[in-house]
Design a protein around this ligand. Sequence first.
Ligand SMILES: [Zn+2]
Length: 207
Amino acid sequence: MASSGGQQSATSPTEAWRSDRQPRILRLNLAGQPIEWLNWQEAVCLYARDLVVWSLGDVVQQVRGGVCRATGRRTEIGLPSIIACGGGQLARPRANYPLSNPALFARDRHHCLYCAQPLPAAALTRDHVLPLSRGGQDRWENVVTACRRCNQHKGNRLLEDIGWELLALPYRPNNAEYLALINSRRILADQMDFLAAQFSPNGRALI
Ligand SMILES: [Zn+2]
């Protein structure tokens, strides 16, 4: 990125405060492993520090900077949807992803895994397949999305106690799956294509 005499700004004034609706940029390490989602400001910083080594995907946002003193021209950068960055160390994907209800509900596609009912997040709960009171753990492999009715009915009983079966097995998402889950509402097609190539065979399709 050329030197600039001022601060970068969004393409239009209204876009800055609507940043929560803007597409995120998928950051990879140099090995092509997905690391995290960035907002446009964070992506611009990586470009300004010359840390972006290669990129993929369509331009998701044009960002204008200040006027270059040497040339008198305004700097401008087109941010692609996927960027791979270097740096002092090769960034490693996180090994443990926090178990949050939004990510859990997205994993189970907002369906109760007992009665198959699709519901909005506000009507869903986290159910421990092996109840906590019986030594079950609060971890990806032991939790499923459940509607309130099923959760209350099951209580602290085991599935075999009540003759229930899970509609799908709970699983721990890998890093590509987790990133797709936490950004599922505004993920772009080329980002999803990239992440989907790294989904595990054990995970359910997120597309
Ligand atoms: Zn249910």
